[in-house]
Design a protein around this ligand. Structure first.
Ligand code: ADP
Ligand code: ASP
Ligand code: MG
Length: 409
């Protein structure tokens, strides 16, 4: 008998009918002889609705009480799923994160899981029950409710699978696997049978929301077999694997994009030691994460400095940079939040030259101007005007022939 952790996302539990459908799937898996732990998200739109209520009280609200509020979304779906299972004759028990002791640090709204006490879950499984656990939430040492950041139910599922030494962690969602890019933007996108952890990690960190990045990190670190599947149709989905020889032929596995960034430029800063530190140090002190950074070669004793931050932090970062720029004697500060970062990802990049020029050629052919570029071993990212998002992603999808099945698949 194998132990499977299944996770169902918001769309998959978006109505009572859909919850019944999830119950049927769980029962079918159980009939095949598996033990089942099921993690659920809040009903689709619910977390946003709750956030909206909180923002009605204070814009930019965060912290402890927000977690108390947001965690209620998942408490509704665990109860409904357990009821649906019981009504269909399948013994089930639901638990909040605090009840199964998903112990986290105290970083409200973006807590990290430290430990899970699997004893209660194991006892219920031994009693022949399906255990239903609320995703996205935990509890800190002081008993405060915490949440794990948007998309965090994926991480709950992987962490539970690790703690319980499950045989597989299955992420059920509204698409039937991981695609070469978001199928909502490129209808020609192709489902991948397999993708490496490394590539999935890059895709997630570069904006593909199909899996939360921490879930991929966790699964890679603890070697949890992870699969993305559809809750609406049958199929093998996409298996996230360690690198295999047969996977090396593909140059590029996928294209990710991030529409949540904004760009800031400080022009004409003195080309002196300590300038980057004084500018970005102040931004970091305000707890603002900086993503891409570009500094030009100095000319005439001055240089230009461009970096990107999350759009939510744009105004705040602009204020900080304005105040610093004056002290530094910079010529001008400009900002733009109508940008998008498009990235191509693939382990094949390691062994092939010319990928970057092919990317730039494809964008140039569409008249798309590149504002910033950054590269790492298995990815190349460009920042372009927001209006070029779809055109850019489609052009790259065509240029790298991603609709063609890659060898070994
Ligand atoms: P859930 O609510 O089930 O967690 P999400 O909305 O978080 O679902 O993630 C699924 C969505 O991720 C898909 O509907 C799809 O639009 C989007 N997505 C982005 N990039 C990809 C990709 N490369 N492959 C598949 N889906 C992707
Ligand atoms: N309900 C949470 C969210 O919308 C967590 C999740 O769905 O994974 O972000
Ligand atoms: Mg999600």
């Amino acid at each position: 008998m194998s132990l499977i952790v299944q996770k169902y996302g918001g769309t998959s539990v978006g109505s009572v009918e859909r919850i019944q459908n999830v119950a049927d799937r769980v029962i079918a898996a159980r009939r095949q002889g598996h033990e089942l732990v099921v993690v659920v998200s809040a009903m689709s739109g619910e977390t946003d609705r709750l956030l909206g209520l909180a923002r009605g009280i204070r814009a930019n609200i965060d912290g402890r009480e927000l977690d108390v509020l947001l965690s209620t979304g998942e408490q509704v779906t665990i109860a409904l799923l357990a009821m649906a299972l019981e009504a269909k004759g399948c013994p089930a028990r639901s638990y909040t994160g605090a009840q199964v002791q998903i112990l986290t640090d105290s970083a409200h709204n973006k807590a990290r899981i430290r430990d899970i006490d699997g004893a209660r879950v194991r006892r219920d499984l031994a009693d022949g029950k399906v255990v239903v656990v609320a995703g996205f939430q935990g509890v800190d040492e002081m008993g405060n409710i915490t949440t794990l950041g948007r998309g965090g139910s994926d991480t709950t599922a992987v962490a539970l699978a690790t703690a319980l030494k499950a045989d597989e962690c299955q992420i059920f969602t509204d698409v039937d696997g991981v695609y070469t890019t978001d199928p909502r933007v490129v209808p020609k996108a192709r489902r991948l049978d397999r993708i490496t952890f490394e590539e999935m990690l890059e895709m997630a960190s570069l904006g593909s929301k199909v899996l939360q990045i921490r879930a991929v990190e966790f699964a890679g670190k603890y070697n949890v077999p992870l699969r993305v599947l559809s809750s609406f149709q049958e199929g093998e989905g996409t298996l996230i694997t360690f690198e295999e020889e047969s996977m090396e032929q593909a140059l590029i596995s996928g294209i990710a994009f991030n529409q949540n960034e904004a760009q800031l430029t400080v022009a004409g800063v003195p080309d002196q030691p300590g300038v980057a530190y004084r500018l970005l140090g102040a931004v970091a002190d305000a707890n603002i994460e900086v993503d891409m950074i570009v500094q030009n070669v100095g000319a005439d004793g001055t240089t230009d400095f461009t970096f990107t931050v999350h759009r939510n932090d744009f105004e705040k970062a602009l204020g900080i940079v304005h105040s610093r720029a004056e002290a530094l004697g910079a010529r001008q500060v400009t900002g733009d939040d109508k940008i998008v970062k498009i990235s191509i990802v693939g382990v094949g990049m390691r062994s092939h030259a010319g990928i970057a020029s092919k990317m730039f050629e494809a964008l140039a052919a569409e008249g798309i101007n590149i504002r910033m570029i950054s590269t790492s071993e298995i990815k190349i990212s460009v920042v372009v005007d927001e209006k070029y998002l779809e055109l850019g992603v489609r052009a790259l999808h065509d240029a790298f022939e991603l609709e063609q099945p890659r060898s070994g698949q």
